[in-house]
Write a protein that binds this ligand. Structure first.
Ligand code: ZN
Length: 404
């Protein structure tokens, strides 16, 4: 890599120095619009704002429908849900080297959640829904690209931006685009928040959601109890067996939701159990799938009971790889030029970085601003991290462009 002390490179970073207020205002504006995954109106408002902002970059911008999500409802039936639109932008798509930049616009806070607006905290941080995860990341991505596009080096590489509306539920409606883009790009930068102290995430566990639907036979609890086949009891046994698979922190099985039953004088004929599983390796993924098949076969031996399993590992594990190590080194060098040292750690949380990695695209996925307590009403953004995060990403892009 050429030295980053080149005056023209530093000028582009200087431009970012004056952008802190504008960046913060945009984060606040976006976070004050609810964009819970199923709030299609809110997502539309955010999409309009983002397409307006990103169109200034001069790329080819498209907004298109995501695929619907299929889930199992409380009656045990498959249900289709419409998801928000996807924003996709490409610039210099013919370039030999293309970099992916991606982050989601949905949040975990639904339209009727009490957490809807930003407020300033006494310590100077901004508390608000999605300020760190990931509206701050959207703005870091935007400003890094704005800064990068001012450089004469920009012409050397192409980039693709993906902004999806469904990451918080595992990206069921956008994973097909993720898989397509992964084939076209040579590295990925994703904008989930960095940890509060600036640590970035290296490896991630994989995650899968599984829904078990047990069907038995209803009967009057007094008159013909013996004719009934109790679906709740069958499901309780199965869920207990699933919980007992927990034996090491490497693989975790969380029985997270249980539904079934109604009037107490009826033997219940329907029960639903939902489980989240986290794994570290693809081998463990296969192992869990095998375990579930065996438990299911055993449970289905019970007279008058039938249990079906739905679901999958929607986020495969993201283990360390040579491609990721190379990106880490590049990012460390860029950070060094900003006088910073990067620390890394693994996490049990999954994100779209898992999917890109599984599709063959090495990526670093916590290049957003620093923040914490995400997915809670205490979520906060550290505002002074916006500009340094954008500078780091600009340098990463310049480093790629300088190699051609
Ligand atoms: Zn996120």
């Amino acid at each position: 890599m050429k030295s980053l002390n080149e005056p023209d490179w530093l000028n582009e970073l200087d431009w970012l120095n004056g952008q802190g207020d504008a960046m913060l205002q945009l984060v606040e504006k976006l976070a004050n619009v609810n964009s819970g995954t199923f709030n299609l109106d809110g997502l539309k408002t955010v999409t309009d704002c983002l397409t307006n902002e990103f169109s200034n970059l001069g790329g080819k911008l498209a907004v298109f429908e995501s695929r619907p999500q299929f889930s199992i409802n409380s009656m045990g039936n498959s249900e289709q849900q419409t998801l928000g639109d996807i924003i996709h932008i490409t610039k210099r798509s013919q370039a030999e080297k293309k970099i992916l930049l991606c982050i989601h616009m949905d949040t975990v806070y639904s339209k009727d959640h009490p957490f809807q607006r930003c407020q300033w905290l006494e310590n100077g941080n901004l508390n608000g829904p999605g300020v760190a995860d990931a509206k701050g990341g959207l703005i870091v991505m935007l400003y890094a690209l704005k800064a990068f596009e001012q450089s004469p080096l920009a012409k050397n590489i192409g980039w693709e931006v993906l902004i999806n509306p469904d990451e918080e539920i595992g990206s069921p409606g956008s994973v097909h685009i993720i898989n397509e883009i992964a084939k076209r790009c040579s590295a990925g930068l994703l904008f989930e928040p960095a940890l509060p102290d600036g640590t970035l995430v290296s490896w991630r566990k994989g995650s899968g959601n599984f829904t078990f639907v047990a069907k038995g036979r209803a009967a009057h609890a007094g008159r013909e109890f013996e004719k009934g086949r109790n679906a709740i009891v069958a499901m309780a046994k199965l869920m207990t067996a699933v919980d007992q698979l927990n034996s090491s922190p490497e693989i975790t099985y969380n029985v997270g939701n249980f539904q079934g039953g109604g009037a107490l004088n009826v033997v219940p004929d329907l029960a639903i159990g939902r489980v989240n599983v986290r794994i570290k390796t693809v081998e463990q993924q296969n192992q869990v799938e095998q375990q579930f098949t065996e438990l299911l076969n055993a449970a289905n031996q019970a007279d008058g009971i039938s249990i079906e399993m739905h679901g999958q590992f929607s986020s495969p594990p993201k283990p360390m790889s040579p491609g990721i190590a190379e990106l880490q080194l590049r990012i460390e060098k860029c950070a060094e030029m900003l006088g910073k040292q990067i620390n890394w750690r693994g996490t049990g949380g999954a994100c779209d970085g898992n999917k890109f990695a599984a599709a063959g695209l090495p990526n670093i996925d916590t290049l957003g601003p620093r923040g914490g307590d995400i997915h809670s009403m205490d979520e906060y953004l550290i505002p002074e991290s916006l500009v340094p995060s954008a500078k780091l990403v600009t340098l990463i892009l310049l480093s790629f462009a300088n190699e051609i």
